[in-house]
Design a protein around this ligand. Structure first.
Ligand code: AMP
Length: 226
């Protein structure tokens, strides 16, 4: 199959990370999540991490030049490691980032194949994120939900055993801010990609398994999955 370049769009808490991770395991291609890359940079106190940290803690966007740099570097590394394509999760998040991505791919005679919106109402996002617990280890990064995907041992990561935490930006006040930023800055991308004929939509208020099946069905219809 040719290289697949897929973008998952949706508000925070739509399930982009969970679905992207599964999809990438099945397709054997890298999952490039700017949130994860930035959190790892923060945890390692790299220059990028030190710059990004205050924005992330307040639920604000990290400045475009920083995020675009991080993402393009990750795409390069992913291409070297796996020529099969990649799934982008959490990028682009505004028009400027989308244009930067398009220009960079165009320069290499490449393009995004499909952009999939995981369409999730604000109420569902608020409920889900308030139940979210995360592994603080940047090398693990596992995510749980107290209602729908609880860890086997309460409070501990199934994969590495570290005590789970509430992400700073999953606190109720910050969730409200992140949703407002999503509606203002990321939602306009739906029109941008719809006009290019690339946008497809799956319902975001399903359980994890049902949502994954809906995503796979869509990608099969689009002939991106066998
Ligand atoms: P996420 O894990 O995708 O929810 O991202 C967590 C945080 O990382 C966001 O709230 C932003 O502060 C930052 N971030 C991740 N991706 C981007 C992006 N494409 N543009 C700006 N900030 C980002």
């Amino acid at each position: 199959m040719p290289e697949k370049r897929i973008v998952l769009l949706g508000p925070p808490g739509a399930g982009k990370g969970t679905q992207a991770q599964r999809l990438c395991e099945q397709l054997q291609i890298p999952h490039l999540a700017t949130g994860n890359l930035l959190r790892a940079a923060v945890a390692n106190s790299t220059p990028v991490g030190l710059q990004a940290r205050p924005f992330m803690e307040q639920g604000k966007f990290v400045p475009d030049d920083i995020v675009i740099g991080v993402l393009l570097e990750a795409i390069q590394a992913a291409k070297r490691a796996n020529p099969g394509g990649y799934v982008l999760d959490g990028f682009p998040r505004n028009r400027f980032q989308a244009e930067a991505l398009r220009k960079e791919l165009q320069r290499r005679h490449e393009k995004i194949d499909k952009v999939i919106l995981i369409d999730t109402p604000d109420g569902v996002v608020q409920e889900r994120l308030s139940q979210r617990r995360s592994c603080p280890d940047p090398l693990c990064g596992a995510v749980y939900n107290l209602k729908t995907k609880a860890p086997r041992t309460p409070g501990a990561c199934d994969l590495c055993g570290k005590p789970l935490v509430i992400r700073e930006d999953d606190r109720p006040e910050t969730i409200r801010k992140r949703l407002a930023v999503y509606h203002q800055q990321t939602e306009p991308l739906l029109k941008f990609y719809r006009n290019q004929g690339k946008l497809r939509v799956v319902a975001g208020d399903l359980e994890i398994e049902a949502q994954y099946q809906a995503l796979l069905d869509l990608l099969k219809t689009e002939q991106l999955v066998a």
